[in-house]
Design a protein around this ligand. Structure first.
Ligand code: F6R
Length: 627
């Protein structure tokens, strides 16, 4: 997870930035860099590997004097820890990135979806790129606008407006040495700004600045801050000023980590764009679409890299992710997949034949039933793979091939970001398998596993859109929190989302909920429907949309209340359903990543309305280490 720190004030910028980066180290990184404004311009020092490498480069003089030497009353700089997304782990790909003249320095978190187009445009102007990163387009764009006569702040706005995707960006210019500009686009990267009377701090995460200040503001999607020493002005992208509420961060480390959120679950829901960006980083070449899953490939022998079939074993939410993975792997790679509960697989004497891979999905990596199922596979000669969040866990140690979720710490007992990241891991696995076997399965033109992988560049941005503030959740919680039963319906690749929606609701709000494949409704659950029964239908515009509409009509015909999760702009469904929650249009195979989010938000809102202990629901634990 990339880390961002910026400083502007009377203290030594270099040491404040290095300390901030150290506080963010726990999030992981593969290289780091710092840019400091000195009397003679911006000096950048970068190093691959640990922060200590960057520090020794700075102590040896690095590419610049180690400490800010400006005569001005303040010193200014920005620093970054990078996890590679575009381009390998090299010094020249580490941030900050500069324009040709070295007068503008930029750091960024996230994925710039339209960077190929922007890069082409800049190259046509004769600009040469020094890195393979998407970030480098930003300083060149700002430079281009400044050369056209715009002052720095206007040029920065003009460049930021052109970026598509979910990003957090911080930049500075030698020409305006009293300003840092920070922007948040979408939800892949947060920006928190700390303000003391004579100094200002910018960070991607609260721990980065907690040693210095507790007075902060948080940027929302589409906001740009112009930070000066001790003061900050915030604007929307269209230039309209925004008045921001200041927050005082609590002193205890747990509340501090929660930041602006009431509960960890809420925080974890809202950091999903960023979690998915981390899941993708370095694994997809967005220009060619090639997928590389290093930690899986490292452990798996060549002959076993394309299994004849897969048995996915998992529990709870991870099992639902596995059901979505079945669709993905079978559709994209044409490898047959069976999905079973860990607790069932271990006792059912499964058919384990040559060529089988047993894939355990587990965020904790410690779930007793999943581990037992994996070890049966191992004992009977299958190769064992794991999709896991907790590094060093038992599942990881048992598996020969591992794909990490990279969701970061998930504190809320209810799984949210680990669900999304484990779906994305399986999408990557499906593309990697298909690319290796050169499988072209889709009728749709251009939908080979390379272009399917390229679709992933848009995913953090789409997740960000799905996380936009929406009063519908509060409205629904107010109307329906006293209902004792809910039915969830979905079909095709979104059928497991109905199961997951029901699980989310029941585990944190203690309301009884059932999830069903919509076509099964007529075989029993339809008897439950009357005018008191809310039915949540996932009805996005995919291959089974018409089928879902006819299910909705059947529910309505029996007086049920329909809450539809539908594609933004679908006017037709508004005539059919009582309430509509929108998700943005997306390629069909990515829709479950988006439709899962309203399920989480709705369950959260209901549980809060009911006064439940959202982060620690009764009788549940984050790791179920017993049978
Ligand atoms: C639901 C939830 C549980 C877990 C299940 C498996 O929100 O968190 O259903 O998904 O206990 O846990 P892991 O993924 O750790 O194996």
């Amino acid at each position: 997870m990339c880390g961002i720190i910026g400083y502007l004030g009377p203290r030594n910028a270099t040491s404040i930035i290095l300390n901030g980066l150290r506080r963010l180290e726990y999030r992981g990184y593969d290289s780091a860099g710092i840019a400091i404004l000195s009397n003679d311009g911006i000096h950048v020092t970068r190093a691959v590997g640990k922060l200590s490498n960057l520090e020794s480069r700075l102590q040896q003089g690095g590419d610049s004097p180690p400490f800010a030497t400006r005569d001005a009353p303040h010193s200014m700089g920005i620093g970054h820890t990078r996890w590679a997304t575009h381009g390998g782990v090299t010094e020249h790909n580490a941030h900050p990135h500069l324009n040709d003249a070295g007068t503008i320095a930029v750091i960024q978190n996230g994925i710039i979806e339209n960077f190929i187009e922007l890069k082409g445009e800049l190259q046509a102007e004769g600009i040469r790129f020094r890195s393979e990163t998407d970030t480098e387009v930003i300083p060149h764009l700002v430079d281009l606008y400044m050369k056209a006569g715009m002052p720095f702040v206007r040029a920065a706005f003009a460049a930021i407006v052109r970026l598509q995707g979910s990003n957090a960006v911080v930049m500075m210019s030698a020409q305006e040495p009293d300003k840092l500009i920070a922007a948040r686009l979408g939800n892949a990267g947060g920006i928190v700004i700390g303000i003391n009377p004579d100094e200002t701090f910018v960070a991607s995460d609260i721990p980065g600045i907690l040693d210095y200040t507790r007075n902060v503001i948080f940027l929302e999607d589409g906001e740009v801050a112009i930070a000066q020493a001790g003061r900050v002005s915030v604007y929307r992208l269209d230039g309209a000023p925004v008045s921001k509420q200041r927050h005082v961060i609590a002193w205890d480390p747990v509340s501090a980590e929660k930041g602006e959120y009431r509960h960890f679950m809420q925080k974890e829901i809202f950091e999903q764009a960023r979690a998915v960006t981390d899941t993708l980083r370095g694994r997809v070449n967005f220009e060619t679409g090639e997928v590389t899953l290093e930690s899986l490939e490292a452990g798996v022998k060549n002959a076993e890299k394309f299994p004849a079939r897969i048995h996915t074993v998992a529990c709870g939410t991870s099992k639902h992710a596995g059901l979505i993975g079945k669709f993905l792997i079978e559709r994209i790679a044409r490898v047959p997949v069976e999905v079973d509960y860990g607790s069932e697989y271990r006792y059912r004497d499964p058919l384990i034949e040559p060529g089988l891979a047993v894939l355990g999905i587990t965020q904790s990596g410690e779930t007793a039933d999943t581990l037992a199922a994996m070890s049966i596979g191992k004992a009977r000669g299958a190769q064992v793979w794991a999709i896991v969040n907790a590094i060093g866990s038992q599942a990881e140690r048992m598996a020969t091939g591992v794909i990490h979720m990279r969701a970061g710490p998930e504190i809320g007992v209810c799984s949210t970001k680990t669900f999304l990241t484990s779906i994305v891991d399986q999408y990557l696995l499906a593309c990697a398998l298909a690319q290796r076997a050169n499988v072209q399965t889709f009728e749709r033109s251009n939908a080979d596993p390379f272009s399917l992988a390229r679709d992933l560049a848009h995913l953090p941005g789409l997740i960000g859109q799905t996380l936009k503030p929406d009063p519908i959740y509060e409205v629904l919680a107010n109307y329906f929190h006293d209902r004792r039963h809910f039915l969830f319906l979905g079909r095709g690749i979104n059928y497991p989302i109905a199961l997951e929606g029901a699980l989310k609701l029941k585990e944190i709000s203690y309301i009884h909920a059932e999830g069903y494949p919509a076509g099964e409704m007529k075989h029993g659950p339809i008897a439950l429907i009357d005018e008191t029964m809310p039915v949540i239908c996932v009805a996005v515009q995919d291959g089974v949309y018409e089928k879902m509409i006819s299910q909705i009509e059947q529910v309505k015909a029996r007086g049920g209340i329909v809450i539809a999760i539908a594609t933004e702009g679908d006017g037709f469904i508004r005539q059919k359903a009582d309430y509509v929650i929108n998700v943005p249009a997306a390629p069909e195979l990515l829709t479950p990543v988006l439709t899962a989010i309203p399920m989480q938000r709705l369950a959260y809102e209901m549980a809060v309305r009911l006064g439940c202990d959202v982060d620690q629901p009764r009788n549940l634990a984050k790791s179920v280490t017993v049978e």
